[in-house]
Write a protein that binds this ligand. Structure first.
Ligand code: GAP
Length: 440
């Protein structure tokens, strides 16, 4: 096991500052003073977040025959949340500080009010984290609805639909990416814990006897996903929950934890949910949610192995682990060493000057690359400043179109990490970049 790396004590502030300054993440409703714990993803953030989700979808759905996708509704009737156990047990212990009256989640404050230092609190009471709303114009019992606090339940309620329409059989999975909402008592640490966030969840249905083996398989597979996308091994660890700490549905849970600036904390949970969810929904809905195995003539309720990740939280981890500072020609440069699959822009096309003949070739280069890579186009400031700007937002390749290009129809390709430059003919540029990104 490698030693835990020492992080720059200002890392969090530097990344938050970069996110705002360069257009990754903005405070929501900022012009009205901001809305606490909600964030908007700007032009760079939306690309990065999409790429995180795309990388997950590619690994979990596109490159597998045993997993299919789903996009279920965010609004749900109380019956779903009664069956899942969320109405009764999806709570956090809420306490009020008797001195300053601030409200806290009891299990996060170690008995001391983070606001005023008092140790006197009200007794804890269970606070349900679901957002309750009303569907339709008439208020009352019949119109109550909830915003989903996890994407998982939409998968369980569609189990029979997916089984009958896809003819999949265990072991098989259903994957979903989407927004979830939790009325967190103390949202904190930028986009780490927010009230509105995005999840990437997959429910993998297996024969009960195979559950333990698949649980181990998904722990390994999910850890490797983060490693493959560039998070160093020493910034990740696995944490298996003690039986007393398990959620109401879980027979076993292991978290993939990331070294955030405040220490190792949860990035993703992989749980063996047993047959809890399908049994509960079958009981409450009256619809059979089981599987008949024709090869053995056996009917059983599948067990579920669930890798549940946060897309917005993963994006934050990718940003934190990619942020570096190094000294180039006596100047400190900040660089995001993001994997090219995640980078908001993969290529930047930079004409050396605004002269029309250079811009004409540059536009031709841009059109050649845009169908294949997310590209930026920048003609402002000196070329050195433009390189720094692209380094800071993680663009792996800068293509410079200079006056020589007009004679030799070649451009300079600069690598973000090594800063080496090579001359490449325009006609071979796409193949060069595909090769450099391991696509051919
Ligand atoms: N279906 C199981 C489930 O939802 P969870 O551990 O509560 O499990 C899974 O959530 C993941 O969703 C977490 O590991 C985290 O990455 C993300 N997540 C949960 N609550 C969050 C919040 N308030 N803000 C941002 N991400 C959150």
């Amino acid at each position: 096991m490698e030693a835990t790396p020492q992080l720059d004590p200002d890392l969090l502030d530097k990344v938050i500052n970069l996110c705002k300054r360069r257009g990754f993440i903005f405070q929501s409703a900022e012009i009205y003073g901001g809305f606490r714990s909600t964030y908007d993803y700007g032009p760079l953030g939306v690309n990065l977040l999409r790429n995180v989700k795309q990388a997950w979808w590619r690994a979990m759905v596109q490159t597998r025959v045993d997993i299919v996708g789903l996009d279920a509704a965010i609004l749900g009737p109380p019956a779903v949340w009664a069956a899942s156990g969320h109405l009764e047990t999806f709570t956090d212990p809420l306490v009020d500080c008797l001195k300053c009256k601030e409200r806290w989640r009891e299990d996060k404050i170690n008995g001391v009010c983070p606001n005023c230092g008092s140790t006197q609190f009200t007794p804890p009471r269970a606070f349900n984290l679901m957002f309750k709303t009303q569907a339709g114009p008439v208020e009352g019992e019949g119109s109550t609805a909830y915003l989903r606090p996890e994407t998982a339940q939409g998968i369980f309620t569609n189990f029979a639909n997916v089984l009958s329409t896809t003819r999949k059989k265990p072991p098989f999975g259903i994957a979903q990416i989407g927004k979830s909402f939790r009325n967190e008592i103390t949202p904190q640490n930028f986009v780490f814990r927010t009230r509105e966030f995005e999840q990437m969840e997959m429910e993998y249905f297996v024969a009960p006897a195979d559950a333990e083996q698949w649980y181990r398989y998904w722990i390994d597979t999910r850890l490797n996903w983060y490693l493959d996308l560039g998070i160093p091994r020493e910034m990740l660890q696995l944490h298996e929950h003690a039986p007393a700490d398990l959620s109401h549905y879980s027979k076993g849970t292991t978290d993939v934890e990331f070294l955030f600036p405040w220490g190792f904390d949860e990035l993703e949970g992989i749980a063996n949910r047993g047959d809890y969810d399908l049994t509960q929904h079958a009981k409450h809905s009256g619809v059979a949610l089981d599987y008949f195995d024709q090869s053995t003539n056996e009917r059983y309720t599948p067990y579920v192995i669930e890798p549940a990740a946060g897309a917005t939280r993963a994006m934050m981890a990718f940003l934190l682990s990619a942020y570096h500072e190094d000294v180039v020609e006596g100047e400190t440069r900040s660089v995001l060493r993001l994997d090219w699959r995640l980078a908001p822009y993969q290529v930047a096309v930079l004409p050396l000057s605004k002269k029309p003949d250079l811009e004409e070739v540059s536009t031709e280069v841009l059109s050649q690359l845009q169908p294949h890579f997310m590209c930026d186009y920048d003609v402002t400031q000196s070329i050195g400043k433009r390189y720094r700007r692209q380094d800071e937002i993680g663009t792996p390749f800068c293509i410079t179109v200079d006056f020589e290009t007009l004679n030799d129809r070649a451009v300079t390709v600069r690598d973000r990490d090594t800063m080496t430059q090579v001359r490449v003919p325009i006609d071979g540029l796409l193949a060069h970049l595909r090769n450099a990104t391991g696509q051919i």
